[in-house]
Design a protein around this ligand. Structure first.
Ligand SMILES: [Zn+2]
Length: 260
């Protein structure tokens, strides 16, 4: 058993690897133990996933969608109290209803005094916030590599063969070490509403996340990862997204996830 990222012995590793973080509601897409070693698993959790998921963009998404973290806590949404220009924390839970307070606890008393002096006011809660490109690219690249591994192993390709092949070397390094290349451009676009409800036969459901691989005519391999309706596409072979742009224009901008 060799770790697919650092290539060290992973036979004594205990952790299973969540392809999509648990804190985005993933309970089923998991690589079994021995594929990603404990050290890499911890590194991804603290250096990539935690900073992405605690960004306001993802924290607000998790809060809006009521997705609890591993400790069962639904995060607060970040917003602005318009009359005071002060940041606020808003949370709605089935048990406790809606609660609101100052974002920084030390400002709570001032926040309450300001509220008491008003008959009405406005909270502004952003639906989307910028997030560091490089951090987000490493987050999506990690998922993309693991999607590839999951699919490859279904096709009886071994981790040893993946490590030996040149194909994923650069992106594995970008994820695990992050020293090069400088950036890894992705495609990011919304393909359905965050709250979209799908129906099939007698059942209705919401799609939290879904993913697939696309192999283009130019023999490039892309991971297509959709998180709450936002499609992220990354080229697993190198830091260029041009081939996907060409594929999109040849295919009427449809998502590879919804081609059939
Ligand atoms: Zn490792």
């Amino acid at each position: 058993m060799w770790c697919v990222f650092c290539e060290h012995d992973a036979s004594k590793s205990r952790s299973v690897e969540h392809i999509i973080p648990e804190s985005l509601g993933n309970k089923e897409h998991i690589l079994k133990r021995g594929i990603v070693c404990d050290k890499c698993n911890n590194y991804f959790a603290s250096k990539i996933e935690e900073p992405v998921l605690s960004s306001i963009n993802f924290q607000n998404l998790r809060s809006r969608q009521g997705i609890a973290n591993k400790r069962g806590i639904i995060p607060f949404q970040y917003g602005i109290f318009a009359q005071a220009g002060a940041p606020i924390a808003l949370r709605t839970s089935p048990d406790e209803g809606t609660s609101v307070g100052a974002w920084h606890e030390k400002d709570d008393a001032r926040f309450v005094r300001a509220l008491m002096g008003l008959n009405r006011g406005t909270f502004l809660v952003p639906l989307s916030m910028p997030i560091d490109d490089r951090l987000l690219a490493r987050f999506i690249a990690k998922i993309g590599v693991e999607v590839y591994i999951e699919k490859a192993m279904e096709g009886d390709i071994t981790v040893g063969q993946i490590i030996a092949s040149e194909e994923l070397k650069l992106i594995r390094r970008f994820v695990r070490r992050g020293d090069s290349p400088e950036n890894w451009p992705m495609s990011r676009r919304r393909i359905y509403d965050e709250e979209a409800i799908f129906s099939e036969d007698q059942s209705v459901y919401q799609v939290l996340h879904e993913y697939s691989l696309l192999v283009t005519d130019e023999n490039e391999i892309y991971a297509i990862i959709c998180i709450f309706g936002e499609e992220y596409t990354i080229n697993l072979g190198g830091p260029s997204i041009d081939g996907y742009r060409r594929w999109l224009s040849a295919n009427g901008d449809r998502s590879p996830l919804y081609m059939s």
